[in-house]
Ligand binder design. Structure first.
Ligand code: ADP
Length: 629
């Protein structure tokens, strides 16, 4: 499983690494910050100890100096009623000393513990007359020579530090001198942000504190006996010493420990601080600094933020790198696919090209083959045309043989008869026979002349030809057949049916059509042929038609009638070339031939000729010929 292309295990490993790094960095930052704090705390403690010592030491010798004053000794030695004479100078002295030293008060105490002279002798809250026999500093001074004591003034109610020194005269204790100094300057000097400082006296009571609320509270609960002692010495102006909400927690390095204390910046709450202390015997018991952990926590947060930022950057870079790797991989895949597609395309193009080349070659072969076939066809067509011509020639030869044979037979008969008439000496019928012979020879000469005209090479150029003339020539050729088959022939040629044609070829056309009609009528009774020619509605055209009442054109051949070798005639009787040659000739005149089976029966061939300009033709004739005519 992957998220954004990165495996799940990598995400889990990154998360574990992040938490481990975060925890480690926070721990290191915490330790370093605490080390720095303890170092700062140590410096603070040194500083406070030094300042305490110098501050207190300055005042400590003050009562000793005062004790050696003759006037004070004298005052203490004087009987009470004689003291008033000495008091002004002593009070003045004390006042001057107090002023010069900057202390709160300097006083002289007699053996009964009563203050008999004081620097504040003239103040409303003067110490004069106050009995301090219960104060430990007085008792210590009398018994040990010196006394020291933190306490709250019974008159003023102000806290201060008391130093006392015994006054002796030749080993006789006369009383004591005492000086009270204020700790306010110290507290002010020690006040610093993010830390608190305090001095704890031998009773475990806070006597100097930068946090006012902690002053004269005890770090540890004070038992009843001790409370009694304190009450007796009125050390704290008779007030009951309350316990500070202080709880020592686990230790840290370099003598520091964690402690729970009231939050000085948020009264009513408690917080965890780092605490350090060192002894300060000259001032009481010990000095303690309480260090705020906020800075260390901030260091932790900064370390966490740094690690988080570094991880975020690393993660973003990792995502970017993964994305980039994916993009590159996709690009490579796309390139591969493109290359493969290109290869396939090239292969396909090559295949298609090869197929095209092959198809081209085949086509070329087919073209060559077609050209060869065409050539063969042309050759055979020419041969067939030639054969067709020969066939027509054969028909003509048969016809001619028939035509020539009959006159020859008649001539023979007439000659035989003429000889017989001469032998009988009958010259008149003999001459008559000879004239008929001459006529028969003339008509045969006409036929020969027609044949010569037909055999002439057709002219390529057309001339005006009267259709009547062409029809007459054709009839002449087929005269014998018409007569033999007893066919009734009707010819209706308009005088202006003059067409543009080559006369010999036109004759051949009509001979062919007439021959076919006669073929169709062969063996049939009452055969009729009708030949017509007249100008069309369009005067530039002449319509020629030849119709018979034969069986009509076989429907199977009608569509291909003018194509070569189309025939229904038995083998040897027809080649199917007649109409093909006819249509070619007709087309050569600019005319068009068509064939149809009219409703009345039989077949009809029609030629649409171009009319010849200016030709008038022969006179029209409507004629009927029948066999035997
Ligand atoms: P062939 O006469 O040698 O058969 P043609 O080209 O002259 O060749 O004629 C082709 C065919 O047309 C004939 O075989 C015949 O079937 C048909 N045909 C031509 N003229 C007629 C006609 N007048 N009546 C009926 N059929 C005809």
């Amino acid at each position: 499983m992957t998220i954004r292309g990165i495996p799940l295990w990598a995400w889990v490993a990154t998360a574990v690494l992040y938490f481990a790094a975060a925890a480690a960095s926070m721990e290191i930052a915490w330790q370093r910050a605490l080390d720095a704090l303890t170092e700062a705390g140590t410096h603070r403690l040194d500083l406070y100890a030094a300042s305490l010592e110098s501050e207190l030491g300055r005042y400590e010798i003050l009562p000793a100096i005062a004790s050696r004053q003759d006037s004070i000794e004298a005052l203490l030695q004087a009987p009470p009623d004689a003291r008033h004479t000495l008091l002004p100078s002593v009070n003045g002295y004390l006042e001057a000393v107090n002023k010069d030293a900057g202390s709160v008060a300097v006083d002289v105490i007699d053996l009964s513990g009563t203050v008999i002279a004081a620097s504040n002798w003239n103040q409303p809250l003067t110490f004069v007359g106050t009995n301090v026999a219960y104060r430990p500093y007085f008792r210590d001074a009398l018994s040990n020579g010196r006394g020291r004591f933190f306490g709250i003034g019974t008159n003023t109610g102000e806290p201060g530090l008391y130093f006392a020194c015994v006054v002796r005269s030749e080993q006789k204790v006369l009383g004591a001198t005492a000086v009270k100094i204020s700790v306010d300057p110290l507290e002010s000097a020690w006040r610093a942000p993010n830390e608190a400082a305090m001095v704890i006296d031998g009773n475990g009571v806070v006597v100097i504190s930068t946090v006012p609320a902690w002053k004269f509270t005890a770090l540890a609960p004070i038992d009843a006996q001790k409370q009694q002692q304190i009450q007796a010495s009125r050390q704290y102006a008779g007030r009951k010493v309350e316990a500070l909400a202080y709880q020592r927690l686990d230790d840290w390095r370099n003598g520091a420990w964690f402690a729970r204390l009231p939050d000085w910046s948020h009264p009513g709450r408690e917080r965890r601080y780092l605490a350090m202390s060192r002894s300060a015997p000259q001032a009481g018991d010990s000095i303690m600094v309480i260090l705020d952990l906020s800075a260390a926590r901030r260091q932790q947060q900064i370390a966490l933020a740094f690690v988080t930022g570094a991880f975020l950057i690393a993660c973003l870079y990792g995502l970017y790198a993964a994305q980039r790797r994916r993009v590159i991989a996709e690009r490579l895949r796309a390139q591969d696919a493109l290359q493969r597609a290109n290869d396939r395309l090239e292969a396909t193009v090559q295949q298609r090209t090869a197929a095209l080349v092959l198809a081209n070659e085949r086509m070329q072969e087919e073209i060559d083959e077609r050209a060869r076939t065409e050539q063969r066809l042309r050759d055979s067509q020419q041969e067939l045309v030639h054969a067709g011509k020969l066939a027509v020639l054969g028909q003509m030869a048969a016809g001619l043989a028939h035509e020539f044979n009959q006159p020859l037979v008649a001539i023979r008969t007439l000659c035989d008869n003429a000889r017989t008439f001469f032998e009988r000496n009958q010259p008149a019928p003999a001459f008559a026979n000879l004239e008929r012979v001459a006529k028969l020879i003339d008509s045969t000469a006409v036929l020969t002349a027609e044949l010569k005209a037909f055999a002439r090479k057709p002219e390529t150029q057309t001339v005006p030809v009267p259709l009547g003339d062409a029809v007459s020539h054709a009839l002449l050729i087929h005269e014998a057949r018409i007569r033999d088959h007893d066919v009734r022939l009707t010819v209706d040629i308009a005088p202006d049916a003059v067409v543009a044609a080559e006369p010999g070829a036109l004759q051949q056309v009509i001979v062919n059509l007439l021959g076919n009609a006669l073929d169709a009528l062969a063996g049939r009774e009452a055969g009729r042929i009708r030949i017509e020619a007249r100008r069309a509605a369009d005067p530039a055209r002449v319509i020629f038609s030849i119709a018979d009442n034969g069986p009509g054109i076989d429907p199977h051949v009608l569509a291909h009638l003018f194509e070569p070798f189309v025939t229904t005639k038995p083998r040897g009787q027809g080649l199917g070339l007649g109409l093909a040659i006819t249509s070619r000739i007709v087309e050569g005149f600019g005319a068009r031939i068509s064939a149809a089976n009219p409703e009345g029966g039989g077949a009809q061939f029609t030629i649409d000729f171009a009319a010849a300009n200016g030709g008038t033709g022969t006179d029209g004739e409507t004629d009927e010929q029948t066999a035997g005519r």
